[in-house]
Design a protein around this ligand. Structure first.
Ligand SMILES: [Zn+2]
Ligand SMILES: [Zn+2]
Length: 386
């Protein structure tokens, strides 16, 4: 459905059928709830009944940005849990203390792409294998009824058990140990108190820092059976998965970094999906993010070509609707501008003498994996009751 006009909001007065105006209950606003009334009069008339709703709010949970024009139905559910800690015995990256990645900034503007030696490659193999294990642990607990904050706790503990620092924690002040991106969230979703619903799709983006190297991967998972029965959800998740697979097929020495976007966008378009342009794949090694920049859209102007010993990610973000993104006032959560669903997959890759090694490859028992597309019901709309 095209167009940006939000559906008309109804007045919260229990005896009122009018559309709501801009007038909001100030008590609800403080509680992070949205209740709009058609008029001051109606608000007053319904006050005795309406104020009961304030007392029902005993969970202490709230939407921190109640006046923000959200693009879809997802809302942040605060308070965030306390910041998790990492024992001093685990090696911390330079940004862990104050949030500034000093060593990355030294390299900003440099196009020189690191070529790793044999020992460094071993370090990358190790951390990427551990990162895969942690993603799989997280995916196994991602079910309806579980909060994304619980997934963060599971990821955090799984990192510590592997003598690893969860790279997102305090990177440019990101508050949590993993990114959890639900439905219309493109990337960088902050784990919070929202409970996963049957029918959600969830991207879990895990990065570990171990032995002086970062390993980065993500996958999108179907939450419950309803998402697996929704043709559009299956189309977006499977298309994103295939886009990454097709891009990896052309990784070898000599492939230009600008080529991947052509392969990805061609496939996305063939499935009537679009490619997010704002976020790119990246070099990764002793630094979390460095050269090269790897855009996922066609006709980009990325510099450089793959050479043996280089390590970088490809992580296409694909949307059912627009390619345009917006960022929530938390300064992290990126959502589609039209609120349509989006999916992403990511691997950390090593360029070899004759091709590529997928350092974060799935294990035989990894949860998730491809599913067959479902045909949308053609012709008439099917009415669903309940
Ligand atoms: Zn990632
Ligand atoms: Zn990444």
């Amino acid at each position: 459905m095209a167009g940006d006009a939000p559906a008309a909001r109804k007045c919260s007065g229990s005896d009122c059928t009018n559309d709501a105006g801009q007038l909001q209950c100030p008590n609800c606003q403080k509680l992070g709830k949205e209740s709009f009334f058609c008029s001051q009069d109606c608000f007053k008339r319904n006050w005795a009944e309406h104020k009961k709703a304030h007392k029902l709010q005993t969970t202490g949970q709230y939407n921190p940005f109640p006046a923000y024009p959200y693009t879809g139905s997802l809302r942040p559910v605060y308070p965030l849990s306390e910041r998790r800690t990492v024992p001093a015995s685990i090696k911390h990256p330079d940004y862990a203390k104050d949030g500034t990645p000093y060593s990355e900034q030294k390299f900003v503007g440099r196009h020189k792409i690191a070529v790793l030696n044999a020992k460094e490659i071993e370090g990358m193999r190790k951390v990427c294998r551990l990162a895969r294990e942690v993603l799989d642990v997280a995916a196994r607990v991602a079910k309806p009824g579980v909060t994304t904050d619980y997934i963060d706790e599971v990821v955090h503990k799984a990192c510590l058990e592997r003598n690893s620092y969860p790279s997102p924690l305090n990177y440019c002040r990101f508050p949590k140990s993993v990114c959890t991106s639900v439905n219309e969230v493109i990337c960088h979703g902050i784990p919070d108190q929202r409970v996963l619903q049957d029918g959600d799709i969830l991207n879990i983006d895990v990065t570990l820092y171990h032995g002086g190297f970062h390993g980065d991967l993500n996958e999108t998972y179907y939450i419950g059976d309803k998402s697996l029965a929704d043709p559009d959800s299956v189309r977006i998740v499977e298309t994103a998965r295939e886009c990454l697979d097709k891009a990896i097929e052309i990784v070898k020495p000599g492939t230009l970094f600008r080529e991947y976007g052509n392969v990805i966008e061609k496939h996305a378009k063939s499935q009537k999906c679009s490619v997010i342009k704002t976020y790119c794949g990246h070099g990764i090694n002793q630094l979390f993010h460095c050269a090269p920049n790897v855009p996922h859209y066609a006709k980009n102007k990325a510099v450089g070509e793959a050479k043996p010993g280089m390590t970088f990610t490809i992580e296409p973000m694909i949307s059912l609707g627009t390619h345009k993104d917006k960022t929530w006032p938390d300064d992290w959560t990126s959502v589609t501008a039209d609120g349509t669903r989006t999916a992403q997959f990511e691997h950390t890759l090593l360029v070899t003498e004759d091709g590529v090694e997928v350092l974060t490859a799935r294990l035989p028992d990894s949860p998730g994996g491809p599913v067959a597309r479902i045909e949308p019901t053609n012709g008439q709309e099917v009415a669903v009751s309940g």
